[in-house]
Design a protein around this ligand. Structure first.
Ligand code: 13P
Length: 255
């Protein structure tokens, strides 16, 4: 397997105003100047426009994206946001199928599948999140859950389209809990995800696609995770809210 690039993405969730976002990017940019990693930042909708501008002004190698979107091109969907609106303000990617969307907002893989197709159609790179709950983990259902989420969320997606995507494995029990998956267990899940992709979409695309790990990533555990052969990147929640902490993950430094 040849790793294209290590992609470290921050997911701010519902945190930071435009002013706080600007300060963050101004602090982060000089700290990651020498980094080899590809850096993504999924900010709240309201902060995309300004964050994109600040990144441009600073010449910082950071791609700004969104955390969700609707599957329709446009329409009477009060409170929703379309892919082309996100593109319009400079978003380069969108997180889809995050477990918080699946669990709190009842999003199904079928609905996520529509969003994935819309994002691809409108040239917004999807980061598709999958992951098992604690109960599923404890009852040994991890692989069947991951396979089902992949098949459901990627139905009808071509190999060429899949090659433009990122997959994020985020065990639900590890998100925001401080309980990071053991690197060996995360590696096993990632290898399984890659094998499912290879079987359905071909070895070529499966070998090159970036599969990120997410769930309680911190500077202290990031290095051991990223060392695993099938872990190509990280999706970082809480630890991406501080420029100092996030830069330590990006630079591969121990705190
Ligand atoms: P934490 O890093 O806070 O556990 O969140 C992970 C996550 O949900 C990223 O999308």
């Amino acid at each position: 397997m040849s790793r294209t690039s290590t992609v470290i993405a921050g997911n701010w969730k519902m945190y930071k105003t435009t002013c706080e976002a600007k300060t963050f990017v101004e602090s982060l940019a000089p700290l990651i100047k020498k980094s080899q990693a590809t850096v993504y930042l999924a900010v709240p909708f309201t902060a995309i426009d300004q964050t994109v501008q600040v990144v441009k002004e600073l010449g910082a190698p950071i791609t700004i994206g969104a955390q969700n979107m609707n599957d329709a091109a446009e329409g009477a969907f009060t409170g929703e946001i379309a892919a082309r609106m996100l593109k319009d303000v400079g978003a380069g990617f969108v997180i889809l199928g995050h477990s918080e969307r699946r669990q709190i907002f009842n999003e199904t893989s079928a609905f996520i599948n529509k969003k994935v197709k819309r994002a691809l159609k409108d040239s917004l790179q999807p980061i598709l999140c999958i992951g098992e709950t604690l109960a599923q983990h404890e009852s040994g259902e991890t692989e069947s859950v991951l396979k089902g989420q992949l098949q459901g969320s990627l139905e009808g997606v071509t190999s060429e389209e899949l090659s433009k995507m990122i997959i994020a494995y985020e065990p639900v029990w590890a998100i925001g809990t401080g309980k990071v998956a053991h690197p060996d267990d995360a590696e096993k899940a990632h290898a399984f995800v890659r094998s499912v992709l290879a079987e359905a979409w071909g070895k070529e695309v499966a070998d090159h696609i970036v599969i990120q790990y997410g769930g309680s990533v911190k500077p202290e555990n990031a290095v051991d995770l990223i060392r695993q052969p099938n872990i190509d990147g990280l999706l970082v929640g809480g630890a991406s809210l501080s420029a100092d902490t996030f830069s330590k993950i990006i630079n591969g430094l121990l705190a």
